[in-house]
Design a protein around this ligand. Sequence first.
Ligand SMILES: [Fe+2]
Length: 389
Amino acid sequence: MPSYVRAGSLPHKRHIQFRRPDGGLYAEELFSTKGFESAYSLLYHLRPPTATLDIRPWERPFVRLVENDPLRNRHFKTGALPRSGLDAIESRLPLLGNDDIAISVAQADRPMEYFYRNTGGDELLFVHRGAGVLETQFGELAYRAHDYLIVPTGTTYRLVPSAPTRLLVHESRGEVKIPRRYRNEFGQLEEQAPYYERDFRVPVLKTPVESQGRYEVRVTNAGRHAVYVVQNHPCDVVGWDGYCYPYAFNLEEFAPITGKLHQPPPAHATFEAPGAAFCAFVPRMFDYHPLAIPVPYNHSSVDCDEVIYYVSGNFMSRRGVEEGSITLHAAGAPHGPQPGAVEASLGKTSTDEIAVMVDTFKPLMLGEWALESEDPEYYRSWLETPATT
Ligand SMILES: [Fe+2]
């Protein structure tokens, strides 16, 4: 949550009588995190959000993950998905995961015909391609390519694409937030942060939906699932305020920090979550030392797994990757530019690449479809000449 936001009609104090034009009371809802002790919002519904007609099981396919064994660097070619015609939730293909985060790709070809609520942690949705609207109880958040959509745990939403939408989905087990070092003592974004409060887009509250009926809300929480059938439309809110709400940030607004010499990934940090750090590599000028090497040096991040999702542009330092590729550089496994990439980069002054990254501090396990889409030769791609065995 970047800062305090208020929208729509609110009573002048919280927790007091607030009446509809027909004399009835609006239903106040506290939307709070970490019990009552962290960020929260107050929402005012036409009718109580508690009116539940039915609860039944939601039979979701079991997600089987296996160890990265033998432990090695991997490349998954996820550009072409095996399924189409699905919505943003049904199409999720789990690729990687651990106790802190689950990473999937998804292709929303049609609107969700139900609402969805993840109460097990925040979701961070990266829009690779497409456009549409995320409908939530806080209002409508229009999205476009290269948006990050930050969705707080407990948000009830429905993704309605206006164009087929490819997503990289991060389901955190905690809060996705702006790095602490980007904020001053008042919480305001610092002058040296690569983005500013006005770069974040918040939902636009629409006319509340008055109708009653049977509305399906599919709820998930850390492997437990249920379908709620509720009587009142989730988007019946007349006003809300607070620090907890979904918001969008487009990579176009990211002002990358560049330098005289190569800047490591933390210079490109966007968000962080428990056990995970997110970065974005966007079009930028390269380092300006006369002898600078634009591509990264060989490195071993000895205690984290590095995941890069390749969005667009010329991925100069990585042989064989394409749009939609995902590389997993496992903890302690050396990696860097492939042979010839350093020499080829010398003298280059800028890059048009777009890629997003997540580092995890616990080992990532692999989903079935990750293994099916794997380029099994990737770990040999640093050899000077193609290997024969
Ligand atoms: Fe790396």
